[in-house]
Design a protein around this ligand. Structure first.
Ligand code: ZN
Length: 160
């Protein structure tokens, strides 16, 4: 069996930035995902296609095939008064904001300059090239219910 659309693969991964700093890692808890359902960034799914259990590889996914390029329109300076009820603001804090059409999205603080707070609605990894070390540790068919939902269900079934 090889990785293709509608297979559930479990991978051990280490994600590093282009500077070599570790951003995230599975650390012995393999990540299961359904291939071909945009559960992972596109550049990584492309590399996983056709791989089998036991395959190990490293790949550098450019930002455009990762979390996308930084969109300057998603970066705004807002007054501190927007954050009423928050005791202390810090760079890196995340908030839910509503966009122009009322849709919820996540923003994070990138700069605090007196009463001017810079918030960024881009994904924190937008604009970054992503270096992955990958090992495929398990592979199976997705269940019909998983395909219906577009995500993997853990052992013991469904919790939502
Ligand atoms: Zn589900």
């Amino acid at each position: 069996m090889t990785i293709q659309k509608d297979k559930v693969a479990s991978i051990e991964y280490t994600l590093k930035g282009s500077d070599g700093e570790v951003i995230d890692a599975s650390s012995g808890n393999p990540l299961p995902y359904i291939h071909g359902h945009m559960n992972l960034v596109p550049g990584l799914e492309k590399e996983l296609e056709g791989k089998s259990v036991g395959d190990k590889f490293s790949t550098l996914v450019p930002a455009a095939e990762g979390y996308g390029e930084v969109n300057e329109e998603f970066i705004q300076v807002v007054p501190v008064a927007m954050f009423q009820g928050v005791d202390e603001l810090a760079v890196g804090m995340q908030f839910q904001a509503s966009g122009p059409e009322g849709q919820a999205h996540s923003v994070h603080i990138t700069k605090i300059d007196g009463d001017d707070i810079t918030v960024d609605g881009n994904h924190p990894l937008a604009g970054k090239d992503l270096a992955f070390d990958i090992e495929v540790v398990d592979l199976r068919d997705a269940t019909p219910e998983e395909l219906d939902h577009g995500h993997v269900h853990g052992e013991g079934g469904h919790s939502h």
